[in-house]
Ligand binder design. Structure first.
Ligand code: NAD
Length: 459
């Protein structure tokens, strides 16, 4: 018999004891977690290197550094964010004082994916804990070294009734999802997102779904091509393309397509060398199943660059492919690997046909110096978030909400947005007793004109 129901019961009891409403206590736990993170910095690099050859530089940039800046912000702001916030009263109810109280939801389930296995587990944990919840965190089974480290760190810092890590694959995730939670925060694929949403609906549990999809990158003919190539190669091949917000495919103006392809090839060679497998700066594919999936995408396609792989080390070269059909395998799924399909366009209608073929993307990238072209694209398409003239960097601004829309997800987090995700905002009105305006009380006869005037004046 699994002890998951027991764990949840214990966490619920602990939550109901109101221990997690004590902000000084929470700051103490977050500070302890911060110290532990610093202590384990090297171990974190090693775990990710062992899991999929992730270069330590990329681990700092996209995992450790992000988590540290997130925890520092929460430590600085937790007191002010937790306080009830006074808002302007409604004059129609005069005299009142009005407040928003910040109520943690209770016992939260966080399910994390493998591609940024440290950051995508710990960042939501920090937000959920800071907001005053208890947490059960299930990291990915595909990155066992990182998941074990996350487990060890959390169990060292938190009592199990406050936060605990439960490791496992689909059977454990399924069992966790069959329980009643007060909030579920899921990061992962669209199909599993649907499973999570269904399970949550059973108990009317609110959810955040951080999902994926095909994020397009549009390049027009007004841009400096070498700079575009530099920023694209960085954003596409970071983490070997296993990034939810990686540019999935390129739509480039036909006038500069050839030049951009040449610049991309040059740039790939200049950063990863003629033999990219020996580059210390390129991650590998997480496992053989994903490598096979990616190799299958290349079948029958026109390969402009790369395409080579090594099954022994789960390696795939940075690969460019030319004009795949919109219903080909590579254009039907989120690629999630170092393959960049390149499609040409002549006018904005071509772009609409391509992008609208797919669900609303998580990210959208535009390289253009043409303001009205950018404006048209931003207005026309619905997507999670995006960048003009670069890739990925919207993820790094904690002031921006990060999340998807439609099939790329619901809800958002990062910084204060993360804190807000894990609280219920309780609106409270405190009425003064020193005055009691009588108009709202029956009998109503003869009061309508005054009521209408007051509504016009005061609401
Ligand atoms: P995944 O959906 O396969 O797995 C994510 C988590 O769900 C894992 O912990 C896994 O154990 C669990 N899981 C898998 N199958 C399950 C099932 N049938 N029932 C219940 N739980 C299940 O995703 P992944 O392969 O780990 O990650 C890649 C996907 O995640 C990509 O689609 C990517 O775009 C997306 N992603 C999104 C974000 C974001 O912030 N929006 C970030 C990273 C990854």
């Amino acid at each position: 018999m699994s002890n998951i129901p027991k764990i949840i019961k214990k966490q619920r009891k602990y939550f109901n004891s109101h221990a997690t409403r004590d902000v000084d206590f929470l700051r103490g736990r977050l500070n302890a977690l911060r110290s532990e993170l610093i202590l384990q910095e090297q171990a974190i690099y090693e775990a990710l290197e062992n899991d999929f050859n992730k270069p330590p530089f990329e681990t700092y940039l996209s995992e450790f550094g992000i988590v540290m800046s997130e925890i520092d912000l929460f430590l600085k702001k937790i007191k002010s964010w937790t306080k009830p916030k006074r808002v302007l009263p409604a004059l129609l109810s005069f005299p009142t004082s009005d407040f928003i109280y910040k109520d943690p939801y209770g016992t939260v389930l966080i399910i994390a994916p493998w591609n940024y296995p440290f950051q995508l587990a710990i960042a939501p944990l920090i937000a959920a804990i800071a907001a005053g919840n208890t947490v059960v965190l299930k990291p990915s089974e595909l990155t066992p070294n990182t998941s074990q480290l996350v487990h060890d760190m959390v169990s060292k810092i938190f009592a199990p009734e406050h936060a605990m890590v439960i490791q496992g694959g689909i059977p454990i995730a399924t069992e966790l999802l069959s329980q009643r939670w007060d909030y579920i925060f899921f990061t992962g694929s669209v199909p599993v997102g649907k499973i999570v949403a269904k399970a949550a609906a059973e108990h009317l549990t609110p959810v955040t779904l951080e999902l994926g999809g095909k994020s397009p990158c549009i390049v027009d003919d007004t841009v400096p091509i070498n700079l575009v190539a530099k920023r694209l190669v960085w954003g596409k091949f970071l983490n070997a393309g296993q990034t939810c917000i990686a540019p999935d495919y390129l739509i480039v103006h036909s006038k500069i397509k050839y030049d951009l392809i040449e610049a991309l090839k040059k740039r790939i060679i200049s950063v990863y060398g003629a033999n990219p497998e020996s580059s210390p700066d390129l991650a590998h594919i997480v496992n053989s199943k994903n490598l096979d999936r990616l190799k299958h995408y290349l079948e029958g396609e026109t390969i402009l660059h790369g395409g080579g792989s090594n099954a022994q080390s789960n390696f795939l070269e940075p690969t460019l492919i030319d004009e795949p059909e919109l219903d080909s395998a590579v254009m039907s799924d989120e690629i999630f690997g170092p393959i960049l399909p390149i499609l040409a366009y002549d006018d904005i209608e071509d772009i609409k046909v391509i992008v609208n073929q797919y669900e609303k993307p998580l990210s959208f990238y535009i390289f253009s110096n043409n303001k009205s072209f950018r404006k048209q694209l931003l207005k026309f398409f619905s997507f999670g978030g995006g960048v003009i003239n670069d890739t990925l960097i919207h993820f790094g601004n904690k002031k921006l909400p990060f999340g998807g829309v439609g099939h790329s997800g619901m809800g958002a987090y990062h910084g204060k947005h993360g804190f807000d995700t894990f609280i219920h905002k309780k609106g409270i009105v405190k009425k003064g007793n020193w005055l009691d305006i009588p108009i709202r009380y029956a009998p109503y006869k003869g009061k309508m004109p005054l009521l209408k005037r007051l509504f016009k004046l005061l609401s």
